[in-house]
Write a protein that binds this ligand. Sequence first.
Ligand code: NAD
Ligand code: MG
Length: 406
Amino acid sequence: MPVKNIALLGSTGSIGVNTMNVVAENPEQFRVVAISAGSNGTLLIEQAKRFKPEAVAIWDKNQEAAIKSALTGLNIKVFSGEDGLETVAGWPSARQVVSAIVGAAGLKPTLTAIRAGKDIALANKECLVMAGELFMEEIAKSGVTLIPVDSEHSAIFQALHNGQTGPIETPLTNERKNEIDHLTLTASGGPFHGWTKEQLQHVTKSQALAHPNWSMGRKISIDSATMMNKGLEVIEAYYLFGVPAGQIEVVVHPESIIHSMVSFYDGSVLAQLGEPDMRTPIAVAISWPKRVATSVDNLDLVKIGRLNFFPAPSAEDFPCLHLAFKALATGGSAPATLNAANEIAVAAFLDEKIEFLDIPKIIALTLDEMTVAKPNSIDEVMAVDNMARSKALELVLQIQGKNRLS
Ligand code: NAD
Ligand code: MG
């Protein structure tokens, strides 16, 4: 396999660092030619010194000068701001872009990469939740390959395409779709699996951040605790594979060993198993259709002994999953609203401005308040995103006001 040039959006995050690890383990296969970060200039500098990309970009413009000075003499171009992210996304020598910025900020640079003809390894699920239809149209138009990094979608992707060396259809052709009875997304259940609404009332930020199986960024860790992560993943699966929502099932599997499954109409169920370690799906996404080595341990099923499965939690105890299904059924701008309100609510919870159970309340109220329309362009999606953020923020302020009064 000739060396493959990769650009990495969000190199300093959890997925970004894991991607760098996979690349470092396979220097003959991959070279990271461009990287970007939001505001962690220190780690960006460290990564640039170690991996010697051709370009780096920092979203926070204030850090550009310091980064330039730290990288003097290394022949690395330094960019900043939104333009800088776009430059990395379309970096000429890159063949594939790993999209690993968290949240809505990842949408525009990922689209830039698609339009520049880069294959995409997609970790940023928010892109698909916000703008699924338009995003998939862009993929089809530019003819690039889209491979999911999210472990559940990687599992489904592998179950559908293992051994396939020809082009990958995203979404699936009708013929392939007809072979599928349903998709099962597994969910660990997060730190609060089995808890009731009453028990969830006053959980703290550190309790919510303590995921039992996966080590991830802060936003997705809270999403896992509320089960919104699984909701976003249902929407992600819907757009990625083109399978109707009624054929996407969620099952709680606390060990996170089976990463998801496809049930076919002949009665076969294909699953992908592995340690809960993102280096595996990242390696799959950047090396497809081949496989590369990682230092992730193979499973020891005897040691694991038992795998458990439970139905998805009730809408009463974990409303977020159900809000996501509802937004998907509503369609149009509803998923973009859901995503924006969730980002605001999660940030407010992380800032300790609201309680855990305020998160679904804010999302539900924002969904109720926003009119639903079908966005016809990315600008219209961004307008929905902005408006939903303002509404959600108002709700955060109202809750804060009440807390101060009581
Ligand atoms: P993280 O918070 O650890 O990292 C986010 C990265 O995005 C960082 O490099 C940060 O600098 C950058 N960033 C943040 N805001 C930015 C902005 N405004 N502009 C430019 N860059 C910005 O997040 P993560 O856990 O690595 O998750 C990244 C994405 O991957 C998310 O969409 C998440 O849902 C998805 N994902 C993550 C995991 C996981 O295990 N961490 C698993 C599946 C999917
Ligand atoms: Mg996942």
